[in-house]
Ligand binder design. Structure first.
Ligand code: AMP
Ligand code: MG
Length: 487
């Protein structure tokens, strides 16, 4: 266990130099205070959890203090936003403080979001508000607990600094951790500005640090791209299987590591709705729930374009062709497990599709359906769940097929079935209204609800005593909350 001043830095991205990032100091928040910290994320830095409560913790992550070895930098990148190319973006309000390596030898980027203006702030104020910082924190740690690859969040620091959005709010900072903050948009920036030397340096950097095993392949860059395709396909399969809607899948929000990245107006589905759009600025539904699958491929094509100096177009196209089969395989595997199946049959895809259609037509709660399906034997569970469906005959027909399929799957006891299914079907999910309740309390200075919700969501598969209120469908007011894109 380490104290705060015992972190070891090795700032490999900063060493790439000024073509990649600019030195900027954090702009401190007034009266910084701890809102919430993640013990699990602190463990990634070998930090003693007790240090979160010390004043110096809030000072460090509220921008007042820095380690001598930290090298705060704003990174430059660009990206395709809603399908159009924006030639220059960059860390407009976040700073890469440095890279820390832990006792296991892992490197973690420390990225402080809401740290003030940078050369890339454009019209923005460089700040993040408490609301959006809490949302990023909760989602990062909740997705991780579900087994979905994601950047992590160490803490949220609140303040009295006024920040103007639709109304006056308070500034906050969230400390994000990831093995790298390099986005698809980094490659696009150097490609479209024709800075080929730097682009080659960036590619080498990513290959050496994050895909070293691809070095052994005859075409290392191609092997790396294939790996990125597969990781993204797997990531999006997990989003779809668990009902996560990212909301802003611009290429500047896509991680080169295939992890969930840059949380904005995201949402988990309450009722199953393939057409759900969580971002109220997304008028055309480009990033609707079901569109996430083709958009994943679209984004990979944008990355492929930026990699044409290193890889032949034919090879890139072949690699892109792997996306859908990878996606299908991962998705189906997860959905089979969610249905309690241990074997694979050709018609399983249809079984899943029919179920989703029925859920869509009846507005069935996506998370609770699967959880309850595992509560008891297949026959008892479907008999109980039947009432949630408007089209009873349709559901009965599906239920018959499901029961037959379960019978063919093998012999196992109700207990085995429950254990297996509950291990993949969460009881607790980060519903928008739960986040909103925690935010409302936090905005009035009470952080207990954020902390409790974080705690509950860190064990989403385990039933926790006294926490029934976190495993409910949303009340009417919480069903279709408008999550503001401004953050
Ligand atoms: P996002 O929508 O958060 O992914 O951000 C898109 C771009 O806008 C990134 O370059 C951000 O750094 C920048 N940005 C977002 N909000 C602000 C802000 N309040 N101040 C400065 N830049 C911002
Ligand atoms: Mg972004």
């Amino acid at each position: 266990m380490k104290a705060l001043d015992e972190l070891t830095f090795d700032n490999r991205f900063a060493r790439l130099g000024d073509a990649f990032s600019t030195h900027v100091l954090p702009d401190p928040l007034d009266e910084p205070r701890l809102v919430v910290a993640s013990e699990a994320a602190m463990a990634l830095l070998d930090l003693d959890p007790a240090v979160a409560e010390t004043p110096v913790f809030a000072e460090l992550f509220g921008g007042h203090k820095l380690w001598a070895e930290a090298e705060p930098r704003a990174m430059v990148y660009s990206g395709h936003q809603f399908g159009g190319y924006t030639p220059q973006l960059g860390d407009g309000r976040g700073l890469l403080l440095g890279e820390v390596y832990n006792e296991a030898g892992e490197h973690w980027d420390l990225h402080l979001k809401g740290a003030g203006m940078t050369p890339y702030s454009r019209m923005g104020d460089g700040r993040a508000v408490l609301r959006s910082s809490i949302r990023e924190f909760l989602a990062s740690e909740a997705l991780h607990a579900l087994g979905i690859p994601t950047s992590r969040a160490l803490c949220v620091i609140g303040s009295s600094t006024p920040v103007w959005r639709e109304k006056q709010e308070r500034g906050a900072m969230v400390l994000r951790l990831a093995p790298s903050h390099i986005r698809f948009g980094h490659f696009e920036y150097f490609y479209y500005t024709k800075k080929s030397e730097q682009q080659a340096e960036l590619a080498e950097h990513v290959l050496n640090l994050h895909y070293p095993e691809c070095r052994e392949q005859p075409e290392p860059y191609l092997a790396m791209f294939r790996e990125i395709v597969e990781r993204n396909a797997e990531l999006i399969a997990k989003w779809q299987a668990y009902g996560f809607c990212h909301g802003v899948m611009n290429t500047d929000n896509m991680s080169i590591l295939g992890i969930t990245f840059d949380y904005g107006p995201y949402a988990f589905l309450d009722d199953f709705d393939a057409h759900f759009i969580c971002n109220h600025s997304d008028h055309e539904g480009r990033y609707s729930f079901s569109n996430q699958v083709p958009i994943g491929q679209w984004n990979l094509s944008a990355l492929a374009q930026a990699l044409t100096p290193f890889i032949s177009v034919d090879a890139l196209k072949d690699a892109l062709g792997l996306y859908l089969p990878f996606y299908q395989a991962h998705y189906l595997d997860l959905m089979r497990r969610r249905l309690g199946l241990t074997t694979a049959e050709e018609d399983d895809q249809k079984l899943v599709e029919r179920l989703l259609k029925l859920m869509q037509n009846s507005g069935v709660d996506y998370t609770l359906f699967f959880r309850r399906l595992g509560d008891e034997s297949a026959a008892l569970a479907v008999a109980r769940l039947r009432d949630d469906f408007v089209d009873r005959a349709g559901f009965d027909a599906w239920a018959e097929q499901y029961k037959e399929r379960v019978a063919r799957d093998g012999e196992y006891s109700e207990v085995q079935r429950r254990e297996r299914m509950h291990a993949v079907n969460p009881l607790y999910i980060l519903r928008n209204y739960l986040a909103q309740n925690a935010i409302t309390a936090a905005e009035s200075g009470d952080y207990s609800e954020v902390r409790r919700l974080h705690e509950v969501l860190s064990k989403p598969f385990e039933e926790q005593a006294g926490m029934e209120q976190y495993a409910q469908r949303p009340p009417d007011w919480g069903k279709h909350l408008e999550i503001s894109c401004s953050s």
